[in-house]
Design a protein around this ligand. Structure first.
Ligand SMILES: [Ca+2]
Ligand SMILES: [Ca+2]
Ligand SMILES: [Ca+2]
Length: 363
């Protein structure tokens, strides 16, 4: 059963046959300490290398990569049908490298064929530190359910971060981003993929939603509640920023963060939905109103102390170039601003422009 599914998945996802014969190394947990680097935890008591496909089908098991571990592997699947599996990364590194032969290599698949998220079969990737790099794709839920809980560290996805690839089973892929940085060349939310943000940041090149053409940008995903801030009570904040080079599809990355409140962003003095040079002019007009002087947001008071001074300009500077995205709740009307000239002054106009390109890895 499993082999049939696996082969079909390869065909469906990649449209080409895989002929790699990389060694499969299985987690047996016999080392008793959960550490990736403990040889006894693996079949044949050998820690996998960048030439191996690592798999963990051991239900209720936990794998640990901490600051002592520098792990390399050609592919990692865990939570394989039999039950929930957890990988905790608290430090160190996990590099998942393509072997140049197998189309699936370079990828991590969490929750491989493991039922719905309500089941005990949902698997979890917890990252609180360290760096995980996948040369190819990261699947959170693959014919099964999985959650990525991110509270620190870095995830660098050279291919596509896919939330829930459902081909044969139900399931759900969820990313809970509470800290750290996720950088993905491309993000694809499949049938029931969701993300919630309370901290940290997400950088991506392009994003595609569950219905190609319908949800093809983050505005759609947020307005339809698939990407939320603080469980829906906050605001998703996006802007275009330079990136470290991991994102190959775009010159600029889209940065996604969150603030815990709704309403105008700090520095959005004209409540237009974005923070631009027009807001700077509003601050300039109000500048000099003393603290407690009754100034409002529209006067340039970003911190609510009733005055308009350098502290308010600092908040404007923190959010300039950012846009607030309204969730499914009461809509916040975004009024387009003739801001290009002002943004040119601040050297930011390029950051306002990006092109959503077609999904490269998954047509
Ligand atoms: Ca063993
Ligand atoms: Ca504004
Ligand atoms: Ca103020």
């Amino acid at each position: 059963m499993f082999r049939v599914i696996s082969l079909c998945s390869i065909t469906i996802l990649y449209g080409l046959a895989s002929n790699a014969l990389a060694l499969e190394v299985f987690w047996d947990g016999e080392g008793g300490d959960d550490l990736w680097s403990t040889a006894a935890n693996w079949s044949d008591d050998t820690v996998p290398t960048s030439a191996d496909f690592a798999r963990n089908p051991l239900a209720d098991s936990t794998m640990l990569i901490d600051g002592t571990v520098s792990a390399e592997v050609a592919k990692l699947d865990f939570g394989i049908e039999t039950g929930p599996t957890t990988l905790n990364i608290t430090g160190g590194t996990l590099d998942v490298l393509s072997d140049g032969v197998d189309a699936e290599s370079g990828s991590v698949r969490v929750g491989f064929g493991g039922g719905t998220i309500a089941d005990a079969t949902a698997s979890t990737l917890n990252i609180s530190g360290g760096v995980m790099t996948t040369e190819s794709n990261l699947f959170i839920g693959f014919n099964g359910s999985a959650t990525l809980n991110m509270t620190g560290g870095e995830v660098k996805v050279g291919g596509t971060m896919v939330l829930n690839e459902v081909t044969f089973f139900g399931g759900k892929g969820h990313v809970q981003l509470d800290g750290g940085t996720i950088e993905a060349n491309l993000i694809l939310l499949k049938q029931s993929g969701t993300m919630d943000v309370t901290g940290g940041k997400l950088l991506y090149g392009s994003v595609l939603g569950p219905v190609p053409g319908a949800f093809d940008n983050i505005d759609d995903l947020v307005s339809n509640g698939l990407i939320t801030a603080y469980g829906g009570t906050g605001t998703i904040v996006v802007r275009s920023v330079p990136h470290s080079g991991n994102i190959i599809a775009e010159e600029l990355a889209i940065e996604v963060t969150a603030i815990p409140t709704t309403g105008p962003l700090p520095g959005d003095f004209d409540s237009s939905g974005d923070v631009t040079g027009s807001d700077f002019l509003a601050w300039q007009r109000g500048f000099g109103i003393p603290v407690g002087g009754g100034a409002s947001i529209s006067d340039g008071d970003a911190n609510g102390d009733g005055g308009v001074d350098a502290a308010d300009l600092a908040l404007w500077g923190e959010f300039v170039g950012a846009r607030a995205l309204a969730g499914p709740g009461p809509a916040v009307a975004a009024v387009p601003e003739p801001s290009s000239a002002m943004l040119l002054m601040f050297g930011l106009v390029a950051g306002q422009c990006y092109v959503i390109r077609k999904c490269r890895s998954f047509a």
